[in-house]
Design a protein around this ligand. Structure first.
Ligand SMILES: [Zn+2]
Length: 285
């Protein structure tokens, strides 16, 4: 049984006492929305008369929304998640800055269905997604915490797209997004979170040999959810159960362009994927 508390890793998450509060998001007029770097499809979305977009601007984001209350929360939490996720990427800089990322917020499930139908390559179960420097976020979830967990997941992809010089393998990209999705909101709220709570015993997982080489999402919803769960647990295993120095060495090798699977086994000293799976099983069960 694993009992390390997340609070031991809290470090960068909470604002230090006396730290300046970030400025409030600014309402801006449609004519003032920066469009530099925005692909034609997203410009069409921005200009589509069906959506009566209003706009909010923060240090790193331009939000397009039709209800300010939720959008303002996304703006504030988004900036906090940006700070905490990027704090875990020491030595890397935001390569997109000063350009802002665009966040489109959808509240109507029918509008979301239309977005899914008009976006090639998306799986029908997608609830929100990031493409390049743009996030399409759906307001969905049973509770405010669920909504912010989803934002933290997508914000991980957005921050990685802004900071990382390489594309991460699918399991690592989704595993880290799930990891931050689990912890970022609760940590930002100063709520304690234990490993036991976040990583309950996993009944079944995708064989790691398959997971590590996956280059596309499984089509069936049950398989897709197994893929996400296994990715999340593997990220949790590496970040919470193994020495942090190894994580840093491994991640640096991936960023330098090495094969993630080879770098993983070599950095952690597992002879093969079977040895990794054996160690992982002790964490996951
Ligand atoms: Zn994701």
């Amino acid at each position: 049984m694993f009992v390390l508390l997340w609070t031991m890793n809290l470090g960068a998450w909470a604002l230090p006492p006396g730290a300046a509060k970030p400025p409030d998001p600014q309402d801006i007029a449609a004519e003032a929305v920066e469009r530099a770097g925005l692909p034609p499809g997203d410009i069409a979305l921005l200009d589509h008369p069906k959506y009566k977009w209003q706009h909010l601007q923060t240090a790193h984001f331009l939000l397009h929304h039709d209800q300010k209350m939720f959008a303002a929360k996304v703006a504030r939490m988004g900036e906090q998640f940006y700070d905490s996720i990027s704090a875990d990427l020491p030595g890397l800089r935001d390569r997109v800055s000063p350009e802002r990322s665009h966040l489109f917020i959808f509240r109507d499930p029918r509008e979301w269905k239309a977005i899914l139908a008009s976006t090639p390559g998306l799986d029908p179960w997608a609830v929100s997604f990031v493409r390049g420097n743009v996030m399409l976020l759906q307001e969905t979830g049973a509770s405010p915490a669920d909504k912010m967990d989803l934002l933290a997941h997508e914000m991980t992809h957005l921050v990685f797209n802004r900071f990382l010089p390489v594309r991460l393998p699918l399991w690592l990209n989704e595993g880290l997004a799930e990891y931050y999705g689990e912890f970022a909101y609760r940590a930002a709220k100063g709520m304690g979170q234990s490993k036991a709570n976040a990583f309950r015993p996993l009944k079944s997982w995708m064989p790691l040999a398959e997971l590590l080489e996956a280059s596309a999402y499984p089509a069936a919803p049950a398989e897709a959810s197994r893929f996400y769960a296994t990715s999340k647990y593997l990220a949790g295993f590496l970040l919470l159960d193994q020495p942090r120095g190894k994580w840093e060495a491994f991640f640096a090798r991936v960023l330098a362009g090495e094969s993630a699977s080879a770098a993983l086994l070599d950095t952690y000293g597992w002879a093969d994927v079977g040895a990794l799976e054996k160690a992982f099983a002790r964490f996951a069960r």
